[in-house]
Every structure is written in structure tokens, then in C-alpha cells.
Design a protein around this ligand. Structure first.
Ligand SMILES: [Fe+2]
Length: 393
């Protein structure tokens, strides 16, 4: 027998929008609503027109040349963990001096540049409004795998980094992603953001839920797109808290750092890729790390039976985490830009899972201009998945 109170029509009728629990908070789009209202210079650029330099956040310079910042004692690169803790707490970031040796930088950079070139030639390069990205570095060179493990063969400050992440995120933290961000001439700055935005509108006040480690294998500065940061902005975010408004913020600067520096930064620090005014691509690589629980308890991607995947409804696939979004569940970068909606073709990772089950998943691995024709023309699953998503759109 039908139970009236459980029917769709009854429930709809008894659910006017104003009754929705936590409505104001969940719909607030904070902290960004107040950030943009109180700091209009932080609004994103017009991606359809050439970039203007009119006092916006990307129209800036490095700390030591900035009229507001030059008298402040911003973090300078250090090897001393005690100083790193102080800088991180006060400014939301700290710089490890010579975190990678010059040799380690060279190996890192050579592999990265060749990979970027190889991905262009293989038709699998990932373009963003800032420039070329190289995703899923784990598959693209031993040096990158070693960085993820903080192996001192690839990153001489590995022990320090691991200790710092254990302290700030708690033991058992996991790597969220490791990818290289290119900034290229004629492209745009990234919108300034907090890396732990997926938690918004909640703000974690006592500690971050995400800590990023930015590998800087080449010199960066105000000319080649040194990362934009607002030093200390994590404190403005913390002060606003989970239900407050962010007030006026201090100006942004470009990060200035020598090759080998590693920036540790708080998931609540406002930052983004800078504008590269030089002719050479600028690469940094972000390995962000999250608390150990920040994934589904059941690893559906491995455990769900192929027969179930085959017949699953779009809703069930979504529930199993097979609908990637920018900040979760991407495969080789596929799904970045998706919002995680049911049936969103550019976020559906079913194609990869089916290829995997059939033993036909071909990952983009090490590539370079010297790769064989065979390697450059492989039937990469990523390429197929993009094609399939386009045709179903
Ligand atoms: Fe970021």
C-alpha cells in the first residue's frame, strides 16, 4: 500500500525552498562572494579578450619590489624546519631553500620539457587558460614517482617535507594529485583560489585540510609567471570562518624563487598561476596532499564488478565515484573542468574503466621528440575517451 507521506508529490509539496535546511550557508558561495565583492581587483580576467594590466591581481611584481610588501619580512628560502613552521603559520607559505639540488632540478626539468613536447606531438597535450599542463606525472618518469615518495634521490629535502606533512595533515595523508603547471606568453593568470575550495563554504579554522608542495625546478619571478600569492591571506579566510565574510585583502605578489626551491603552502592561502611575459614556457609542479580520509572509503573504481558497471544507471555510476570533477577522481587529467554532475560526458570515467577491464588501457607514459612513431601514434585511452565524450555531447 502506498504511504502518502513517502510519495514524491507529498514530499515535493512539503518542501518549499525556504524550508531547506542550511540554505543560506550552503548557497552562499563563500568565501568567494565576499572576496570578490570587497576586493573587485581580484575578479577573474576576461578570457575572451587580450589581457589588460590595470591594477588587477596579476598586475604586480615580486615582494621585494612591491610598494606595500617591500618593508615586510616575508618568508625567504630556508633549510631550517623551525623557521619553515613559523613562516607557514604566519604567512600561509614557506620556502625550502635547495629542496632539490641543481642536478635534481636538471633531471626533473629535462624529463618535464621532453614530456610536454612529446604530449604535443602525440596529440594528448592538455591546454588550460594559463598554458600547457602535464598531468599524472606518476606515469611519466621515475623522478616524479620518487618526488611523490619524498625519496631523497629526487628531492634532497624529502625527509623534511615528509615530516612537515605528517605534522600538518596527520600521518596517513595521501597525495591528491601531482601535475605540472605551465605558464605561457599570451595566456591568462589563474583565478586566485584556495586549494581546499572543494570544502567551501566550510572553512577549517584550526588547521588546513590540504597542504600543497610546489616543486620549482627553474627560476621564477615577475617576468615568467612566478606564482601569484597574497601572503597571509589564509588568516583573512580563517578570520571570516565558516559563516563570515572576507574583508579587504592585501595585494598579491609574484613568487620569486631560485630553481630548487620548494614552496609549502596552506590549502587556505589565496594563490594562482602568474602571467608569463617571456617567450619560454615556465613550469612548476604541484603535489597537493590531503587528509587520509578525503576519498571514498570503498575503492569502487577497483572493486565494482565489470558486469555491474556495464548495466549501471548514470546515477549509480555517479554514486560509485565514476563521475570525475575538477577536484576529484580525474584520470590523466580527464575530468578537470567537469562539475561532477550525473551523466556529464567530460567527467565520465567509465570509458577508462572499461578499457582497463578489457586489458586495453593504454596510459600516456614517457614521451619526447625522440619517441618512436609507434609510441607517438599509440591508441591512447585518453585520446579515445575525449573523442567519445565529444561525440556524446
Ligand atoms: Fe591551486
Amino acid at each position: 500500500m502506498e504511504i502518502k507521506e513517502f510519495t514524491k508529490s507529498y514530499i515535493e509539496k512539503s518542501s518549499p525552498d525556504e524550508d531547506r535546511l542550511f540554505k543560506d550557508f550552503l548557497d552562499s558561495k563563500e568565501p568567494y562572494t565576499s572576496i570578490f565583492t570587497n576586493n573587485p581587483w581580484l575578479r577573474p580576467p576576461d578570457f575572451k579578450n587580450p589581457l589588460k594590466f590595470d591594477g588587477q591581481y596579476w598586475d604586480t611584481t615580486v615582494g621585494r619590489k612591491h610598494p606595500f610588501w617591500k618593508t615586510k619580512k616575508l618568508p625567504s628560502p630556508t633549510k631550517e624546519i623551525k623557521q619553515i613552521r613559523k613562516d607557514f603559520k604566519k604567512w600561509g607559505y614557506a620556502l625550502i631553500e635547495d629542496g632539490m639540488s641543481q642536478d635534481q632540478c636538471r633531471i626533473f626539468m629535462e624529463r618535464l620539457l621532453e614530456q610536454a613536447e612529446g604530449e604535443k606531438l602525440a596529440g594528448v597535450k592538455s591546454m588550460t587558460p594559463s598554458g600547457q599542463y602535464v598531468h599524472t606525472l606518476i606515469n611519466k618518469g621515475e623522478v616524479f614517482r620518487k618526488c611523490i615518495e619524498q625519496d631523497t634521490d629526487a628531492v634532497q629535502a624529502g625527509i623534511l617535507i615528509e615530516k612537515f606533512l605528517n605534522e600538518t595533515l596527520g600521518d596517513g595523508w595521501i597525495c591528491h594529485s601531482f601535475l605540472a603547471n605551465g605558464a605561457e606568453k599570451g595566456f591568462y593568470p589563474q583565478v586566485l583560489h584556495l586549494d581546499q575550495s572543494p570544502l567551501s563554504p566550510w572553512i577549517t579554522e584550526d588547521a588546513p585540510a590540504l597542504v600543497n608542495t610546489l616543486y620549482i625546478p627553474q627560476d621564477v619571478n615577475e617576468d615568467n609567471g612566478g606564482t601569484l600569492i597574497i601572503p597571509g591571506s589564509h588568516k583573512n579566510i580563517i578570520k571570516a570562518g565558516s559563516n563570515g565574510k572576507v574583508g579587504k585583502l592585501n595585494p598579491a605578489i609574484n613568487l620569486e624563487a631560485k630553481a630548487g626551491t620548494i614552496m609549502l603552502f596552506d590549502g587556505r592561502l589565496l594563490h594562482g598561476t602568474g602571467v608569463n611575459k617571456t617567450d619560454k614556457i615556465r613550469f612548476v609542479a604541484a603535489m597537493s596532499n590531503v587528509k587520509s580520509w578525503m576519498r571514498s572509503q570503498e575503492n569502487w573504481i577497483i572493486s565494482v564488478d565489470p558486469k555491474i558497471i556495464k548495466s549501471a544507471s548514470p546515477k549509480l555510476l555517479h554514486r560509485m565515484g565514476m563521475q570525475a570533477a575538477t577536484y576529484g577522481g580525474t584520470i590523466e587529467g580527464f575530468g578537470m573542468g567537469a562539475s561532477g554532475r550525473i551523466n556529464e560526458s567530460f567527467g565520465s570515467i567509465k570509458h577508462f574503466r572499461e578499457a582497463f577491464d578489457a586489458g586495453e588501457y593504454i596510459r600516456v607514459g614517457e614521451l619526447s621528440p625522440y619517441s618512436s612513431k609507434k609510441d607517438l601514434n599509440k591508441k591512447y585511452t585518453l585520446k579515445d575517451a575525449i573523442k567519445a565524450a565529444k561525440s556524446s555531447n
